[in-house]
Design a binder for this molecule. Sequence first.
Ligand code: UDP
Ligand code: MG
Length: 330
Amino acid sequence: MNLALRSVDVVVPCHNEAEALPRLHRRLAAALDGRAWRLIAVDDGSTDGTDRVIRDLAARDTRVLGIQLSRNFGHQAALSAGLAEVRADGAVLMDADGQDPPEVIPQMFELWEQGFQVVYGVRARRKASPILDVCYRVYYHLLRRISDVKPPLHSGDFCLLDAAVIRALRAYPERKKYWRGLRTLAGFRQIGLPYDRPARREGTTKYGPLRLVALAADGVFNMSFFPLRLIAFLGAAMALGSFVLALAVLGWYFSDLAIFGMRPRQVGGWTSLVVLSVFLSGVQFLSLGLIGEYIARMYLETKQRPEYHIASRTDQAAAASPTDARAPTS
Ligand code: UDP
Ligand code: MG
């Protein structure tokens, strides 16, 4: 198979992107000239006529496929809807607003042709507000620290996925998807491609502060049990700390020092009450944390993530053509 002729489906979630889409379509057509490509535009409950714009594009260009969702389901769900339609040898996931430049895609192809199955964009320079920039940095560093899989720093959803990876990703039955996390989880040969991320040209960002926090929380809770473990950790620390406190309070009791005008011996039962209550709260937190461990495991199970993916096997002819969209037989 001539690698250079691999076909690609470009998946673009669109929420109120009527202004941005025609330009994106032009830029894609220029950047992907000579390739077999399709634009899969998913209208995620827009209210600004995005659907009409997509229909116009599709009427003029048969390479455009429009999918309209019944309401606004959110960026990640729109990506899922688009990914389900991919039939090509690979797919590019990108924003509609031009912040993921189509001109970068040919560079992604080069790495794909070298055998990489996941090429993700790495934001070399972010033209966003400095405050947001600091927030992103802190968030991604924290997320990497506390989660078992390490999503690459400064990468978003902009990426090229080989059909094998798309098949693997489709096997994740969990409902709340966090694609950039799953992409990392899937494995395969991955590489980052630095690019300059310009500011949004048309329209406005759909991620206000609250939505950003919600997306960040999805990232943490979908990729890590750290918050639950924190409870157990706090509990253990308090229970242990209560021993130190007990020693200190006992020392105070026997030395009979006046602190803030108070001596423990004046107040009957104070010493034992303080030590007991700290110790017991520690035990409570620890127990909550232990219960949390089980909930965490149940949570993982109910998500029903596949345990592993088979990339190739010796008892079958070399990997089926990536255009083969059937599920792997096993
Ligand atoms: N988007 C979507 N549904 C939503 C919110 C956003 O499909 O509910 C799309 C949006 O149209 C864009 C992409 O997701 O193509 C990223 O959104 P945006 O550019 O607003 O995010 P930012 O670049 O500001 O992080
Ligand atoms: Mg954007």
